[in-house]
Design a binder for this molecule. Structure first.
Ligand SMILES: [Zn+2]
Length: 304
């Protein structure tokens, strides 16, 4: 059997792509469910006649396991709509395997990246949104889709549920320190844009990984990233060799351990986070994505 490959070129990747790990689901409200397959987490919504799934998980096998979990949670209704939280294959790469005929909703920048990327299994969006805020109704469900600006990946859409006082935003603020803040975090505006979500009324935060959080956990996650940003700037002043892993791990780790050392994964990840963040200040970011208007990158060159 040959799986959709994403960008993998090695045949040996088939074993990884085909594996179907268990997917756990939990009901959050009358219509809202969360699904987790190990590290990754997402949401799906029971609509009047079918199911709206956010994201697909990151392999064909995981997408199939997700579809089965949805079927078990909401018997008799199939996934008719998929919302891409952002372009990354580990979240939205395999709609072809999750729900082949579903409508795919995504932000315009995400859609353009998906089109240019041409990854096998990542379906092109069929409904493209633009702007900071889109209130849409799908099959009896009112959704508010928010893209405040460049936070993570391309065309990151957060989903706000006023009725449940719940916010979903994938790969942004985590309830721990278990992410290395790879180049796909757009640090220039990240914390201020994420803090902007606190203006909405919500009590539950669903990240794209790990466990659920709340407003206090979300605020602390913003504080943590901001504190790393501050210490990384101080590292220049102290003439820490900022390109080397061990000195940066030691410098930023020592500065932040007292305040944030209780965060799960702190010791294992603070070095990588520091290396990532310090290069933001060294180099100025990863091009147009780290400016307030990343859409100009693809505005005239990619037509959907
Ligand atoms: Zn991502």
């Amino acid at each position: 059997m040959s799986e959709n490959r994403g960008l993998f070129s090695l045949d040996t990747a088939q074993a990884y792509l085909a594996a179907e790990p268990p997917v756990q689901t939990a009901q959050l409200s009358r219509r809202l469910w969360t699904a987790s397959c190990g590290v990754y987490r997402t949401l799906f919504i029971e609509a009047d006649s079918g199911v709206i799934a956010i994201d697909t998980f990151g392999t064909p096998g995981r997408a199939r396991a997700y579809a089965r979990a949805v079927q078990a949670a909401v018997p008799g209704k199939s996934i008719h709509t998929v919302i891409y939280s952002h372009d990354h294959l580990d979240h939205s790469g395999f709609a072809a395997d999750l729900a082949a005929g579903a409508e795919i909703i995504a932000d315009e920048v995400c859609a353009k990246v998906v089109k240019l990327r041409g990854a096998e299994g990542q379906r092109q969006p069929t409904r493209v949104l633009s702007g900071e805020q889109n209130a849409i109704a799908i099959d009896g469900v009112d959704l508010l889709l928010l893209n405040p600006g460049p936070t993570h990946g391309s065309g990151n859409l957060a989903v706000y549920f006023a009725e449940e006082k719940l916010l979903f935003s994938s790969d942004t603020v985590l309830p721990n320190a278990c992410y290395g803040l790879m180049p796909d975090y757009h640090l220039r505006n990240f914390v201020s844009l994420m803090r902007g979500f606190l203006a909405l009324q919500w009590d539950v935060f669903v990240p794209g990984r790990y466990q659920l959080s709340d407003r206090a956990g979300f605020s602390r996650g913003c504080d943590f990233i901001e504190a790393v940003q501050e210490q990384c700037q101080r590292a220049f002043v102290e003439f820490v060799p900022i390109w080397a892993y061990e000195p940066m791990q030691a410098y930023v780790g020592d500065k932040l351990r007292e305040r944030f050392g209780d965060l799960e994964g702190f010791e294992q990840h603070i070095g990588q986070i520091a290396i990532r963040v310090v290069h933001h200040y060294l180099m100025g970011g990863w091009g147009l994505e780290d400016t307030p208007r990343p859409a100009v990158l693809l505005a005239d060159t990619v037509k959907l």
